[in-house]
Structure formats: C-alpha cells, structure tokens
Ligand binder design. Structure first.
Ligand SMILES: *Cc1c(COP(=O)(O)O)cnc(C)c1O
Length: 331
C-alpha cells in the first residue's frame, strides 16, 4: 500500500482513529438486495465528534508550528466546525475566537452552548460575516500582542483536506480487513474540504467506490461553484505533494436538488431521514448535513438509481449537538 507522503508533516492528535465502519443490518434488510454500511466519523471523539476533527489535526499542527497562540474561525451559530475548533484549542492550550452570524441569543444552545462551555470567545457578526468584520477581529487580536491563525469556513483549505486524504487510507485498510468492496460512498458536502480530500485520497489509495457528495447549500450568485472550489483544493493539494494528475470537472460532480429549501432549513426529507436511521439502527443524524445526505441516499436507493445488489457506504460526518437546537422542528 502506498504511504501518504503527507504524513511526513506533523499532525496534532485530537481524535480516536480509525473510526468504526460497520454494516447496518436492519437498513440493509429494508433496502435489500443492496447492502448498507456506515463510517462513524460522528465518533471521532472531539467534544461529540465530527468530520472537522480530521482537518483540525493538520490545521492545529500548522498553527502551532507557525508560533500562533490564538485560533480564529467563522461559521453559523450552529457550526460543528466552530465547536470542534473550540475543543481543539482547549486541548492545544490556544485561545479560541469564533465569528458567528446573527445576534447574541438570550440563551446559547446546541453547538453554540458547547463552544461557550469549551472556552471560546464568541463574536456576533450580524446578518452577514463580512471580510471587514474578520479583519477587525484579527487586527484587535494582533494589537493585543497575540499571534492569531485564521481557519477558513469548515477548515477547508489545502492543509485541512489532508485529514480526509488520511481518512481514505484508513478506509482502504478497513475494506481490506473486512474483505469488502464498496460501490458507492454517500456523504454531505458543504465547504468542500471533505469531498476534496476524499477525491485525492481515492486516487492515492485506489478506492474504486464512486463518490456521491450531496450538496447541502446552493452557492450564492456571484460566488464560484462548490465543484470549482473542490477542484481547486484537490488539485492544489495534489500538486503540493508532487502528484501529476490533475482532477477535472467530471471528478467533482455533486448530487443537487436536495438543497432547495436552503441551508439549515429542516423539511419533511430531513425529518424522515433522522427518524428512519434512529428507529432502525439507533444512530442519530444531524438536521443540517447528514440528514439531508442520508435522505438523498435512500431516495437514490428507492428510485433504483443505485443498482440493486450494490454495496453502499454512508459516511456519517457528525453534527449531533445541532439536534438540541432544532428541537421540535425535527420531531
Ligand atoms: C462541516 C460538515 C459537513 C460538510 O463537510 P465539508 O468538508 O464542509 O464539505 C458535513 N457534515 C457535518 C456534520 C459537518 O459539520
């Protein structure tokens, strides 16, 4: 097996790996003759887990190496990435500043509550997080004598995505030991880092399964498409480790149409997905990302877009705490 050239670089250990991969027996019975498996990145261990733990192991190492003492990142109030960054900072002994959309709520809940408990300082940016607002936070921190490191949305940059290159090596080893060949891998794609890392890792570790990234958020007008950004990340990362082959548009195709309601809006689809997996397998999805991606997968199975008899993996990317914010919307 080829080794990951990037493991030469430092990682800051934050999670428990490999995460479990197991068959979902009841769900497989329901969708037979397909076989359904799940990869448990909801069990990475960092303050209730999630896919950002993998990226943060690289980002945290880079920040420490650069002599930074403060982490700054941004996102929605219910950002799982912000919560995991807060936890990572606690482990590494760095100060954590989170820039979140909206106004300060009377009482923080879900991920925001956990971020506060984990010691993060929260900056409320109002309806939009502007570049000016971010620069202002960075400026104030520097003027206080701190050395801040800015992590982009979702930890999705060329450094962070190597967490998911490693994840594909981890998957390769699990497939060997389970003697399993997968046909499809479904997962939620939003800031693009998970998808870009999987794309490069799939190539490096010769995983045959087709990637089925489900779009969670429609791009805003005037912004580059998620496909373009995924390609930019995957190609940039490939180049940084001396890999010649460059990915093309067709390598980054997304499953669209399940994101129509908008980011963070719970519809009957997400509710159905949460109830189905909870009641058949005792596994909890989150309302924003994994429920949307899981619904898309079951919809593909039902419509037989997935050939009967296929072996299908759902990559659970975490998000549990958001359930405690959404409350009755998911009931
Ligand atoms: C961030 C996140 C995703 C999307 O991952 P990206 O790398 O941003 O595309 C999916 N699921 C959950 C629970 C997340 O928090």
């Amino acid at each position: 097996m080829p080794s990951n050239p990037y493991t030469m670089k430092n990682k800051f250990s934050l999670g428990f790996f490999p995460t479990p991969l197991h068959k979902m027996h009841n769900l497989s019975r329901k969708y037979q003759p397909c076989e359904l498996y799940i990869k448990r990145d909801d069990q990475t261990g960092l303050a209730s887990g999630g896919n950002k733990t993998r990226k943060l192991e690289y980002l945290m190492a880079e920040a420490v190496k650069q002599g930074c003492d403060t982490m700054v990142t941004l996102g929605a109030q219910q950002s799982n990435h912000c919560r995991q960054t807060a936890a990572a900072c606690a482990v590494a002994g760095l100060e954590c500043h989170l820039i979140v959309r909206g106004e300060k709520p009377a009482l923080p809940d879900g991920n925001l509550l956990l971020s506060v408990l984990l010691g993060a300082k929260i900056h409320y940016a109002g309806s939009e997080i502007t570049d000016d607002f971010v620069e202002q936070v960075m400026y104030v921190l520097k003027s206080e004598g701190k050395t801040p490191y800015l992590i982009p949305y979702g930890g999705s940059n060329i450094t962070g995505i190597f967490g998911f290159v490693d994840a594909m090596q981890e998957l390769r080893q699990q497939l060997y030991s389970l003697n399993l060949d997968l046909d499809y891998i479904f997962f939620a794609s939003c800031s693009g880092g998970t998808q870009a890392g999987m794309l490069l890792g799939k190539e490096l570790y010769k995983i045959k399964a087709r990637l089925m990234p489900v779009s969670i958020q429609k791009p805003e007008v005037g912004f580059p498409s998620l496909e373009e950004f995924v390609l930019e990340l995957a190609n940039g990362a490939a180049k940084s480790v001396g890999i010649e082959r460059l990915f093309r548009q067709s390598d980054a195709e997304l499953i669209k149409g399940y994101d129509e309601a908008g980011y963070g809006v719970v519809t009957q689809n997400e509710r159905q997905a949460i109830h189905e997996l909870a009641r058949l397998e005792g596994i909890l999805l989150d309302p924003v990302y994994t429920a949307r991606a899981f619904y898309a997968m079951t919809n593909f199975l039902q419509r037989e877009i997935i050939e009967p008899g296929s072996k299908v993996l759902f990559w659970h990317t975490g998000g549990l705490p958001a359930n405690f914010h959404y409350g009755e919307e998911i009931l």
